[in-house]
Design a binder for this molecule. Sequence first.
Ligand SMILES: [Zn+2]
Length: 60
Amino acid sequence: MPLVLIILIVALIVMFYRFKTTSLTRNCRWREDRAEACWRCAFCGARQEGAAVPKRCLQR
Ligand SMILES: [Zn+2]
């Protein structure tokens, strides 16, 4: 079944590409700054106010 093999390889490539892009661009390391009541990204230095954890990077 070569078709199944091709689908499997394509799926693996897509997953790898997604993992790479998300880990490079979207994974900020948000840390809560309780003194200033905001979240600060230790990776790029972005700041966001609010109680919820920011989900993506603001400066990339
Ligand atoms: Zn960031």
